[in-house]
Design a protein around this ligand. Structure first.
Ligand code: FAD
Length: 306
């Protein structure tokens, strides 16, 4: 069995592996796709001390750093079940199973997509999901934010300070964000809000976004906005479906953790975008991965079996 068995190979999993291996304990990492969301990212300009990098480069650096230690890296492995016990069992889709005295869950999250024509084609070419990450790339440009919940309205307020103009598009007849955010949004001179609208297509010139079509649900009229960027803010889905019924999840499906990364199951820790941690970012996930590994190590030195 492993002393520390990590599920997920994004920034959180990589950091947890390095911190665990540096304690000289048996460390394994099973990941469906080593690198995680970082692999889908172009420019990264907010990983502190690295002025600029891109996703594939950072993913490679994470892997090289992990492989500099004695870590059993099992890439291409999807985990389907967690069975808590004296040794926690982790079952793989291929039928095999792994065991750990402690387990760290770092399965990340995925952005909910609009699922309209052009969205996938122009991803990272104008279609974006993270205002903290990509907002500055649209300085002085026109953007739309899709979604009028708290994250959409926060994104619109944030972007209004950076870009030339923001159009917020909400499917419902009213915004769902907190009143204080709605008031702030309405006070901004460069923001328009369109309610009762369904986004139908992302347009582009072949290399980048130049427009967005939506259907006015009241009149059924199809309209088009000319713009350079679209921020989709209709939800971040944690990859935790397989954990339902074993570890405590928040109403949004995020794994509930304490300050040391401990979940509701003793010996099972979690870190990164799959957890209740506020703000989902690479630097935050790496920090959380380190915390969870140190939490797991603390748990090991306090448990009787050596
Ligand atoms: P993830 O990176 O999501 O990694 C999850 C890991 O778990 C993967 O290895 C995955 O394959 C694995 N996994 C999932 N389910 C299973 C399973 N059942 N079995 C086995 N393995 C599983 N953040 C920034 O700080 N700066 C940026 O510029 C930035 N830009 C972004 C751009 C895009 C397009 C996207 C999508 C995200 C961006 N982010 C950015 C956010 C950042 O990528 C995430 O916050 C970060 O990757 C979270 O790390 P994580 O390790 O928690 O999860």
């Amino acid at each position: 069995a492993f002393d520390v068995l990590i599920v997920g190979g994004g920034p959180a999993g990589a950091a947890a592996a390095i911190y665990a291996a540096r304690k000289g304990i048996r460390t394994g990492i099973a990941a469906e796709r080593f690198g995680g969301q970082v692999l889908d990212t172009l420019a990264i300009e907010n990983f502190i001390s690295v002025t600029e990098t891109d996703g594939p480069k950072l993913a490679m650096a994470l892997e090289q750093h992990v492989k500099a230690y004695d870590v059993d890296v099992m890439n291409g492995q999807r985990v389907v079940e967690l069975v808590p016990g004296e040794l926690t069992e982790v079952k793989l889709a291929n039928g095999a199973s792994l065991r750990g005295r402690t387990v760290i869950l770092t399965t990340g999250a995925r952005w909910r997509e609009m699922n309209v024509p052009g969205e996938a084609e122009y991803r990272n070419k104008g279609v974006a999901y993270c205002p903290h990450c990509d907002g500055p790339l649209f300085k002085g440009k026109r953007v739309a934010v899709i979604g009028g919940g708290n994250s959409g309205v926060e994104a619109a307020i944030d972007l209004a300070g950076v870009v030339a103009h923001v159009t917020l598009i909400e499917f419902d007849t009213k915004l769902r964000a907190d009143a204080v955010l709605q008031d702030k949004l309405r006070s901004l001179p460069n923001v328009d809000v369109i309610l009762n609208a369904l986004s139908t297509e992302v347009h582009g010139d072949g290399s980048k976004v130049n427009g967005l079509s939506y259907r006015d649900r009241a009149t059924d009229e199809l309209k088009r906005l000319d713009l350079e960027g679209i921020f989709v803010q209709i939800g971040l889905l944690p990859n935790t479906d397989w954990l339902k019924g074993t570890v405590a999840l928040s109403p949004r499906g995020e794994i509930e953790i304490d300050a040391r990364g401990q979940t509701s199951v003793p010996g099972v820790f979690a870190a990164g975008d799959c957890t209740t941690v506020p703000y989902k970012q690479i630097i935050i996930a790496t920090g959380a991965g380190a915390t969870a590994a140190l939490g797991a190590f603390d748990h090991l030195i306090r448990s009787s079996a050596t």
